[in-house]
Design a protein around this ligand. Sequence first.
Ligand SMILES: NC(=O)c1ccc[n+]([C@@H]2O[C@H](COP(=O)([O-])OP(=O)(O)OC[C@H]3O[C@@H](n4cnc5c(N)ncnc54)[C@H](OP(=O)(O)O)[C@@H]3O)[C@@H](O)[C@H]2O)c1
Length: 166
Amino acid sequence: MTNDKRVIGNKGEMPWGRMLRDLEYFKKLTMGFPVVVGYNTLVSISEMSRRSTNLLPGRTLCVLTRDQNKLTRFTDCIWLPDVMSVINLSQRIRVFIAGGENVYRQFIDLPEVRTIYMTRIIANYHGDTFFPNYSADDWLTIQRENHAVSEKNKHPLIFETLIRRK
Ligand SMILES: NC(=O)c1ccc[n+]([C@@H]2O[C@H](COP(=O)([O-])OP(=O)(O)OC[C@H]3O[C@@H](n4cnc5c(N)ncnc54)[C@H](OP(=O)(O)O)[C@@H]3O)[C@@H](O)[C@H]2O)c1
């Protein structure tokens, strides 16, 4: 989820807080599949849900960190030591890369990454972490769904699906 400045986070959390409509969309997309996050995003999800276990019910939470010991208190996630381990996993099953900035930067240009599910939030927030710049020449928007403000999203949202052109 990002805004027009490509902000995705601020001080370890999403500046707009919980947005139920986007959480439901994320859940529907990823249910049954492995979800890969960087260690900082694991901490962010854990703090948001005030839990260190069962953070993404129904999905295998895979965490990139160079230090496996940092995962000791997160009982049900899988350690992935490097990008290659994610690529290997993706050869067996569809994998969702779910941030944060550091992780997105390493994956956005890999040919194995075929689809971007982008939630655009129409709101002006500052942040310290960003979705990487990508070339419009490389990605084609094949679907766009607008959501007006509702009790499930305090700002307008657009769900976009982009596929790699080449
Ligand atoms: N808006 C959204 O949709 C969204 C989604 C996700 C996250 N976020 C936000 O993004 C922010 C966090 O992003 P971030 O860039 O600070 O951190 P991050 O990408 O979540 O995690 C970075 C950490 O992941 C590990 N890592 C990354 N690449 C690795 C590799 N190739 N091999 C092994 N380990 C690797 C390293 O951990 P070690 O130092 O332990 O090795 C690294 O310090 C938070 O504010 C969060 O709320 C927003």
